[in-house]
Design a protein around this ligand. Sequence first.
Ligand SMILES: Cc1cc2nc3c(=O)[nH]c(=O)nc-3n(C[C@H](O)[C@H](O)[C@H](O)COP(=O)(O)O)c2cc1C
Length: 179
Amino acid sequence: MNALVINCSPVRTGATAEIVKIVTEKLSTKYHTKCICIDDYTFSFCKGCRACHDTAECIQRDDIPLIMGEFDRADLIVCVSPSYWADVPGQFKAFIDRCTPWCNTHEPHAAVDGGKRGYAIALRTGPGMKECERIIQSLEHFYGHLEIACCGSLGLCSVEYKEDVAPRRDEIMAFCDKM
Ligand SMILES: Cc1cc2nc3c(=O)[nH]c(=O)nc-3n(C[C@H](O)[C@H](O)[C@H](O)COP(=O)(O)O)c2cc1C
């Protein structure tokens, strides 16, 4: 079984990356696990042209198929997203928009293989869980339209820098135990 862990932040050495590292280490004991960062890829914004509603394909040629190839190979997907202005980072939102060819609200649409499980981890610097829940909702909305089953979520408040992650290690590991 394959697991894919996604750093939804453009920061490769921050708190999100640190959580991705812990999740990857833990899942590697059970799954063949790969981690990627949204910033590893180059892609343009969705133009909103809706050509994909008729063709199930985007008119733009860039790295989106590479990311979707990683989705295709994974049985389990874990998105780890920080709060940027109370939402997923712009880079990850741009990726979600570009997944419109795979969105199940129109026919024809492209599709990832069925039977995948999705997990969401949100982190933020502020103290309130509501903002983490909002990010988890965005990630679960995304999974839903790709027909990836939402199987669990974790919100981590009061996290700004990677040093803030070590005290939360047990919490993260316990969450991974359920995957
Ligand atoms: C552009 C930007 C916007 C942010 N907005 C929020 C916010 O609205 N609420 C919050 O609690 N934290 C906010 N943060 C803090 C991040 O969620 C927090 O530092 C997180 O650990 C960043 O992880 P990263 O460095 O791996 O991207 C913001 C950080 C950045 C860089």
